[in-house]
Design a protein around this ligand. Structure first.
Ligand SMILES: N[C@@H](CCOP(=O)(O)O)C(=O)O
Length: 431
């Protein structure tokens, strides 16, 4: 499989080149030249396949010969070693719990896959790599966890000061070793812009081998399609249409689902569920894409005003608004509605939603017709990551998983920087 940049379709890159570069030299996102279709035989076996087997079958279509079959099998087995269950919530409504990985967020799937691919390539090339990652909450710790202690790799996490939850900040700032956390005086969009500018900077590229671990990177994005196949399989047998509601910020999770559908998975439709940072729901209803400065909310990982993967969504639908709205509906919700949903679902079903899952739940409820549809909303992070918010709404104490509890006791280490690129550049050159 070859890849092109969403800014220039003429130049071709291998999977390995795309993963190592992260972002194309013209600042476009890497995109496969064609979307491979899975064959009938795969779909006949799908309900019998394990998650790592599904991961391998899907990944090999995109990875080609850049990683041997035996290594790829090993990678998917190692990466996908935690449960991703579909859990029924109420009539026709299910959740896909994506938070059973080491850092308790869906980002573990992509970050662990990417780290193994990069390590496989680093072994071939022996070059030191600097990974830049912008986070609005969950990506940073998943990437750090995936690369902690990996020789030849330095990870620089940029996060917006005061705009992530307390536990998320502890996760980001307490790892040490080859992980450095930069606390940026700005928004997530400022962090993402600093990272993207760094990729285009000649001085930095002359000195460092930079790559991205955000869903900009194709190796972060692809694995986010695996669990749609696995979720669909868990819903079988059903004669109903399958609908997914995806809490969305940078739109990598939804793009993973759209890829799965174009690979042949019979998903009927998606709901792009957002908080007040609703540039994509607005695009879906108006046809106009107008990135905006992000606004802080209680579902902070989705506080993104200029989502990176919008370019890939456009590529998947060849910029045809009419076609994309056949597959994707938009919905957005305020913090008040999110809090009400957390309270309501707990009182009726005794299920604890995190604020992002609550937005997904609301999106599903807005559109789902249970007569002929079955719905799944993605639970993207463990509610304990938003302990203060959720406990305030429910008036109960939430049990914090051991891994999260551990980092609460550690000392925070971060470096405060402004959103000025020259400061970030000097930091990287001195590092
Ligand atoms: N929601 C993210 C923002 C970055 O998204 P990514 O999927 O592109 O890494 C976060 O939690 O950091």
């Amino acid at each position: 499989m070859k890849y092109f940049s969403t800014n220039n379709k003429d130049i071709r890159y291998s999977f390995k080149e795309a993963v190592i570069k992260g972002l194309a030299p013209d600042n476009g996102l890497f995109f496969p030249v064609s979307i491979p279709k899975l064959d009938d035989e795969f779909f006949q076996r799908l309900t019998e396949l394990s998650l790592p087997e599904i991961g391998y079958e899907v990944a090999k279509l995109f990875v080609g010969d850049d990683i041997s079959d035996s290594d790829l099998k090993k990678i998917t087995k190692e990466v996908l070693n935690f449960p991703i269950p579909v859990v029924p919530i109420e009539d026709g409504v299910n959740t896909l719990e994506l938070f059973h990985g080491p850092t308790c967020a869906f980002k573990d799937v992509g970050a662990r896959f990417m780290s193994r691919c990069l390590s496989a390539f680093a072994k071939q090339d022996q070059e030191e790599v600097t990974i830049l990652v912008a986070t609005s909450g969950d990506t940073g710790s998943a990437v750090a966890n995936g690369f902690l202690g990996v020789e030849g790799v330095k990870v620089i996490i940029l996060y917006p000061a005061g705009k992530v939850s307390k536990i998320q900040e502890q996760q980001l700032t307490t790892m040490g070793q080859n992980i450095t956390a930069l606390e940026v005086d700005g928004t997530f969009d400022d962090c993402q812009a600093l990272v993207k500018t760094a990729f285009g900077d000649a001085d930095l590229n002359a000195e460092l081998s930079l790559t991205s671990a955000n869903s900009i990177n194709i190796a972060r994005l692809l694995p986010q399609s695996f669990y749609y196949f696995y979720a669909w399989a868990q819903l079988q047998p059903t004669d109903k249409k399958v609908v997914f509601s995806v809490p969305s910020g940078n739109y990598g999770n939804l793009t993973g689902g759209l890829l799965a559908k174009q690979m042949g998975l019979p998903i009927d439709s998606f709901i792009a569920s957002a908080n007040i940072n609703k540039v994509v729901p607005d695009y879906l209803s108006s046809g106009k894409y107008e990135p905006k400065a992000s606004v802080q909310t209680i579902s902070n990982a989705m506080d993104v005003g200029a989502p990176s993967n919008f370019a890939r969504m456009m590529e998947l639908y060849q910029e045809k608004h009419f076609d994309i709205i056949k597959d994707v509906k938009g919905a957005w919700f305020s913090d008040k509605e999110t809090q009400e949903a957390i309270a309501d679902v707990y009182s009726r079903n005794k299920y604890i939603l995190d604020p992002h899952g609550a937005v997904g739940y609301l999106g599903l409820k807005r559109y789902l017709n249970t007569e002929d549809e079955v719905g799944v909303f993605l639970e993207t992070a463990h509610p304990a990551k938003f302990k203060d918010t959720v406990e305030k709404v429910l008036n109960i104490e939430i049990r914090v998983p051991d891994y999260l509890q551990e980092c609460l006791g550690k000392e925070k280490k971060s470096i405060l920087i402004s959103k000025d690129f020259s400061e970030f550049k000097s930091f990287l050159l001195l590092k």
